[in-house]
Design a protein around this ligand. Sequence first.
Ligand code: GDP
Length: 766
Amino acid sequence: MAAYVNRTISMMAGDGPHNVSMLNNGSVRVNMQNVDSPLQIFVRAKKKINDIFVEIDDYVKDAVTFMHAVSGENGIATPQDMGNVESYVSKVEAIREVLKRDHMKVAFFGRTSNGKSTVINAMLHDKILPSGIGHTTNCFLQVEGSDTNEAYMRTEGCEEKLNVQSVSQLGHALCATRLQECSLVHVHWPRELCALLRDDVVLVDSPGVDVTPNLDTWIDKYCLDADVFVLVANAESTLMVTEKNFFHKVSTKISQPNIFILNNRWDASASEPEYMEQVRTQHANRCVDFLSRELRVCSPKEAEERIFFISAKEALLTRMRDREKPVSSPILAEGHQVRYFEFVDFERKFEECISQSAVRTKFAQHSRRGKNIAGDVMAALDRVYNIATEQKAAKVEKQRILHEQLSSIEEQLTTITRQMKDKINRMVESVEHKVSLTLSQEIRRLSALVDEYESEFRPERPALEQYKRALHRHVEAGLGSRLKKRLSSDIGNEMDVVQKEMAERMYNILPTNKRAAAANYIIPHQQPFEVLYRLNCDNLCADFNEDLSFRFSYGITALIQRFQGKNTNRIALNNPPQYTQIPASITPVSALPPAPRAALPVLSAEEWGLLSKFALGALTSQGTMGGLLLSGLLLKTVGWRVLAVTGLAYGALYAYERLTWTAKAQERVFKRQYVAHAGKKLRLIVDLTSANCSHQVQQELSTMFARLCRLIDEATTEMDAELSGVRDAIKMLDDASTSAKKLRNKANYLSHELELFEEAFLKHNN
Ligand code: GDP
C-alpha cells in the first residue's frame, strides 16, 4: 500500500497537473498555480488561434480597403470578388467572437446525491456549489470564470446579476428562484480563485438523471458542446440503468464522447477493507464493459484509464484544509491519501483529455475556416494581381507608342517647318517676280487701255475734270481686272497646291486615331485666293496736268526744243528726216498731216548742213541779231523766191495745223499725256505692289501654317494629357499589383501560421 502511495506521489510530482508535496502530518499539499497543467495546451492554443484570427481580421479588412480602392469603374477588382472579400469581415468577426467565448466544457451526470456537486467543488478547491441534503441540484448549474473579480449568478434569459458571496447565499438564491429542471443557471466565480476556471474550464452540474424523463432535451441543450462527460457513480452500489440509459442516448447524439466514470464515496470501502479489491475489480470490470462494449466509445485499455475510485468529500476536505489551514484537521478514513491521489490522477487525465478534445473540436474547424478564408482572399487578390499586371503591360505598351508618336511628330514637324519655310520663301519670291512682271507688261499696254476709253471729250475745265476722273476709274478697273485675270488664278492655283501639300503633310504626321478629329479643321479653306492691289489712279495721277494749248509743230519754240532735245533729235538733225518721231506728250504723231510732210523743201546735204548750222546759231544766239543774220544768210543763200515760197508753205502749214486742232485731236494729246504720266507713276509703284502681293501670299501661307501647327499642337497636348493619364494609370496599377502581392503573401503567411498551429496543437492530438 505504501509503495503504491509513493509511486503515485512521484508520478504526480513529476508531470502531473499540480505540484504535490507530502506534509509532516502525512497529508498532501497540491500547488494550484501549476503552469505545466495540460489545460495550458488549450489556453495556449486558444491564445495562438485568437492571435492568428486578429491577424486574419486585420488582413481581411486591409484586403477590403484595397479592393475598394481598386474596384469601381475601370476597376481591376470584380464586384463578385469585392463582395466575397467583404463578406469575410463579418464572418471573421463572428469566428473571433466564438473563439473569445470558447472554453473547455465538462458536464457531470449521475443519480441524485451521488456527489456531483461535491466532485465539482473538490475540483474547484472550494465549496462553490451547495451540496448535501436539502441542496439537491434541481436545475443545470454552469460554473464559469468571471472576468470581473465578483461572484454572481445569472439565470437563463435574464441579464440581471444576482450577487452571490457565499455558498449559502447561492443555495438560498437557488431555492428562492423557482427554476425548471431544464433551466440553466450561470454561476460566475472569480477566476483568480480557481485554477480550472482561470484556464477556461466550464463545469456543468446537472439534476440527477434519475429525476427526469427529459434526457433528450438535456442532451440537446447542454451536452452537444461538452468536451468531457463525467459520470459520478456511487461506489456503494453498481451502475444503474438510468445512468447507463443517459449515456446511451449521449453516444447516439455525439460521436465518441469522452466519458470518465468516477466511483465516488470510495471512502465507504475503508470500513470493509477485506472486500475492497474485490469490489473495485468488480466495479472496474463493469465500467470498462460499459464504456468499451456497450457504448463503444473507447477500447477496454483506454476505458481502464477512464475509471477512478475516489472520495470527493475527502478530496474537498483535504483541499479546504490546505486552503484555510484550520488548527483541527478533519478525521479521514483509512486510505484517504490513496483515494486523494486517485482523485488527482483523475484530474490530470481529465485535464489532458478535455484540453486535447476541446482543442481538436473547437479549434480544428476554426483553423480550417481560417485557411479557407485566407485561401479565398488570396485567390481574389491573385486575380486582382493578374488583372493589374495585364493592364499594366498594356498601359506600358500604350505609353511606348505615345512616346514614339510624340517624338516622331516633333521630328517631322521640325523637318516640315523647315521645308515649308523654304517653300513659302520661294513662293513669295516667285509671286513678287510675277506681279512685278505682269504689272510692268500691263503698264506697257496702258495706252491701249486708255485708247479703249470712249467718252465725249470737252476741253472746258469742269468737263475735263469729269473726263479725267472717269478715265482714272476706267484705268483702275481695267488694270485691276486684267491683273486679277492674269495673276489671281495663277497665284491662287499655286497657293492651293502649296496649301494642300502643307495640310496633307501636317495631317499625315498625326497618328491615325487623331486624324479623324483633325480632318475637319486641317483641310484648307476652299475660297479662291485673290491678289489684292491698291491702284488708286485718283491719287496716283492727282498731279497730272494736261497741256492742251495749241503748239505749231514747226514753230520756233518747237524747233528749238527739237534741236535741244535728246541725242536722237540731234541724230535726226544730222540725218535727213525721212521719219521723225515727235514726242507723244507734245504732239500726237497721228496728228501730223502727210501732205505738208511731203511738201517739205528738199535740200541738198550741203544746204541742209549750212541751214542747220545757221539754225543752231540762231537758236543759240537767242537774239534779233541772230534772226537778221539768219534771214540775211538765207536770203543770200536761197534767194527771195525760195523764201517767199517757203514762207507761204510755212503759213499754210500753220493754218492747216491750227484748223485741225479739234477736240478729237486734243483728246488724243490728252490721252498720250495721261498714258505717259500714269505709266511713270505706275512704274513707281510696281515694286511696292509686287512686294505687297508677295507679302499677302506670305501672310496667307504663314497663317495657314501657323493654324496647322496649332492643330498639331492641340493634338500633341491631347496626347501629352493622355500620356500623363497612362503614366498615372501605370503607377496606380503598379501600386495595386505591389499591394495585391503583399496581401497575397500575407495570406500565405497566415496559412502557414495556421499550418504551424495545427502542427503544434492538432496533429499529435489525434
Ligand atoms: P449531488 O446531488 O449528486 O450533487 O450530490 P451532493 O454533492 O450534493 O452530495 C450529496 C451528499 O453526499 C452530500 O451530503 C455529500 O457530503 C455526500 N458525499 C458526497 N461525496 C461523498 C463521498 O465521497 N463520501 C461520502 N461519505 N459522502 C459524500
